[in-house]
Design a protein around this ligand. Structure first.
Ligand code: ASP
Length: 437
């Protein structure tokens, strides 16, 4: 018998109809034994996610001493689900205790985690599976970093049962027993941790889309679904804005050969996307996917004979290090250098201070800042050692009359990064998409 870990996201847990689907998916395959759930998400456009309501409850208690108004909304949603499934679970008992605890807590993490906690309680009742609290098996160290090896031991021994179990996503505990959450969307990460701990054959991540798409469906109509995605490609695409899966989800699985299969709760017949460490033996297309986002700034520096000046790069880089700014890309010419950084690292006009520092340190002939850059990543192992891919990208952009402001390609040839004006982002993605798909 195989072991499948299945994780269901917020939309899959949002209401009766969705949870009914989740139940059918699990019951249709006895291998689906370990179930990780998110908190109920939005039921319709404009609705509120439980996690957001819980964070608002914590803010309310901080300013007024009680979380009652926002917590009532959380209460109503869980009572509705319990009634919809005619569960025997005394949900009010749990809700009362949580409301009291939020009123006494000093950190938002406890409140934020309770959506997953309640969601898992309800789901274990619906499925007749055991409830296993993530607090007992997912651990952080004193510094607040995830403790992978301790957690792995706990998960393997606690989940060595034959029957099914439901585990809440998104949180674990600190050595003092207090709750700590992962970053938002972190239930995906919990799913990977569990998959590794139980040595699953596959980690199915059930969401509300048919898989990873070759481009953002808000920009391109009906983009293709990616069949196979490598870890590296996933990192590149997620970083650039493709948000189907929490980008950290691959880390617990890196030393294993467990595939992640992204599936759609609302279209279970679709096979979805398989995310594998290595896709070299799979048939993949030239380009696996295209993603992009706005919000970058370029520092352009020119100095005659820059290439002869030993230590030039180091001096510039240490200025950015001093201000704690991460550099995303750094294309260079013989006498020029561009540094691309995220806008949100440049609050309060910090760029002017940096310009002055650079002037003082390396005395450039020209330095200027351009604040409105969008970056697009054209990603795919398929393009390595193939001629003409870059030419096709730039021909497509030229035909769409889009000015390219920056080009960067590493020698791994897994991606080509193109910088364009912020307002050209969507048009550029569409032009490249139509060239390749
Ligand atoms: N519920 C949490 C969030 O909204 C975690 C998750 O769904 O993965 O971010």
């Amino acid at each position: 018998m195989n072991i499948k870990v299945v994780k269901f996201g917020g939309t899959s847990m949002a209401n009766k109809d969705a949870i009914e689907r989740v139940k059918n998916i699990i019951n249709s395959d006895p291998d689906r034994r370990f179930v990780v759930v998110s908190a109920p998400g939005k039921r319709f456009k404009g609705d509120e996610k439980i996690t957001d309501l819980l964070l608002a409850s914590y803010e309310e208690k901080k300013s007024t001493g009680s979380c009652h108004i926002f917590f009532s909304k959380v209460r109503d949603r869980f009572i509705e689900i319990v009634n919809d499934f005619s569960l025997k679970l005394d949900i009010n008992k749990y809700l009362d205790e949580i409301e009291k605890n939020i009123d006494q807590s000093n950190s938002p993490d406890y409140a934020a985690s309770r959506g997953e906690y309640l969601s898992a309680l309800v789901m274990s009742e619906i499925l007749g599976f055991e409830f296993v609290d993530a607090a007992n098996i997912i651990k952080f160290n004193k510094k607040g970093s995830f403790d992978a090896s301790y957690t792995n031991d706990l998960v393997s021994s606690r989940l060595s049962m034959d029957k099914g179990a439901v585990i809440p996503g998104f949180y674990g505990t600190m050595p003092d027993g207090s709750i700590k959450t992962f970053t938002r969307g972190g239930s995906d990460f919990t799913g990977s941790i569990i998959a590794r701990g139980v040595q699953a054959d596959v980690y199915e991540n059930w969401t509300d889309v048919d898989g990873f798409m070759t481009a953002d469906p808000r920009i391109v109509d009906n983009p293709h679904i990616i069949d196979f995605l490598s870890y590296e490609e996933l990192r590149e695409l997620s970083y650039m804005g493709a948000s189907v899966l929490h980008p950290s989800s691959i880390f617990p699985l890196q030393s294993t050969s467990i595939p992640i299969n992204v599936r759609n709760t609302f279209n279970p017949s679709a096979v979805g996307t398989f995310i594998l460490k290595d896709t070299s033996d799979k048939k993949t297309s030239l380009i696996t996917g295209i993603a992009g986002r706005t919000g970058f700034t370029t520092f352009f520096i020119r100095k005659a004979l820059m290439n002869n000046e030993i230590g030039f790069c180091r001096k510039i880089l240490s200025i950015f290090e001093y201000y704690d700014i991460s550099i995303e890309h750094m294309p260079t010419g013989i006498d020029t250098m561009s540094l691309i950084v995220p806008n949100d690292h440049l609050t309060d006009g910090l760029e002017f201070e940096i310009i002055e520092k650079i002037r003082g340190e390396v005395n450039p002939d020209v330095i200027f800042v351009y604040k409105n850059i969008a970056l697009i990543a054209i990603v795919g192992h398929g393009m390595s050692n193939q001629t003409g891919t870059a030419a096709r990208v730039f021909t497509a952009l030229a035909a769409a009359n889009i000015n390219v402001k920056m080009i960067d390609q590493g020698s791994s040839e897994i991606n080509i990064i193109v910088g364009v004006n912020g307002e050209d982002l969507n048009r550029a993605i569409a032009a490249i998409y139509h060239e390749f798909f």
